[in-house]
Write a protein that binds this ligand. Sequence first.
Ligand code: FEO
Length: 398
Amino acid sequence: MKPREIRDGVYWVGAVDWDRRLFDCLIPLPDGTSYNAYLIKGSNKTALIDTVDTPMWQKLIDNLNQLGVDSIDYVIANHAEPDHSGAIPQILEKYPGATLLATPRCKDILVDLLMVPKERISTVNDRETVSLGDRTLEFIHIPWVHWPETMGTYLREEKILFPCDFFGSHLATTDLYVTDQGRVHEAAKRYYAEIMMPFRSNIQKNLAKLKDYAIDIIAPSHGPLYDNPDFIMEAYQHWADDKPKNHVVVAYVSMYGSTRRMVEYLVAALAEKGISVEQFDLTVADLGKLAMALVDAATLVIGTPTVLTGPHPAAAYAAIAVNALRPKLRYISVIGSYGWGGKSVEQLSSMIPNLKAEILEPVLSKGAPLEADFKALENLVTIITTKHKEGDFDPVLS
Ligand code: FEO
């Protein structure tokens, strides 16, 4: 993609990664992604905000060459993760007069990760400003979105916020701005669920901090820009809210069909009670879809057969992933089957220490589920329904 002008002298100069399908060897990217970098030309000085992932450094250099940029005064590293910092070494080499600006923690990480020479980096404090002449950049520390060192950069005269990962979406597109709100909402929710959800309380604090600023455009480091910032800020407020929705996630694996029968019975019975449910077969589920469902869920039910005295490894993997994502779940239960014994419930419970959820009575059938097991499932449905009513949870809207 060629450079795109956002405002007079303000350009998108990043790279679109249409083909990437996995991030951190963990996160599925069904729609690719982009690494957004921005150039700001002031009357006296020029700044580059963030760079691109290392393999795409030449695309950033090509974009700067196309704009005839022969000097850069400041390279601003909002975030040290290599998908944004990866081309800093090439940029510092091409522009030997450039000073890298970063938070103190970001400086340390850049030195450790990329071996950037310390003398090329100046640190900036929260709300410190730097002048480009007729334009002013203000640095807003927004830690833990999702690393500890992150900041956003605010271009005062144009009211543009460059918040790096915050508000981003893994979406490869030729659109500079959001055009299809539904598509971007889904991609941004997936991004929030996978990247930001573990830091929900910090997200709330940073959202509150940004209320101090008049913002016309949010220009994140992934996905399209928002020329209607309320669209994404309100969505974040909603996702990061403490109260879950009237929603249950059932994530299961079944070897011979017993656990599946129990899952199908449970899902149908919960739906009959007016609770929305999402069912995931963990052998084929998209981890991103599961994470998105957990943004709103009040209850998680893990379904597993017993394998070698414990949960199936797919169920264990899901439990570990949920523990890391720290959703705002209030209740968790385990259902499934066993042949002659085992400790699935105990082992799964030990894998979720980060969650503050109450563990509801599990339902385990010996072999295929019989009448008594379905009655126990009915009882679990009654408990979940009662808990959700007591919680006064709203329905899921999105
Ligand atoms: Fe897009 Fe945290 O890097």
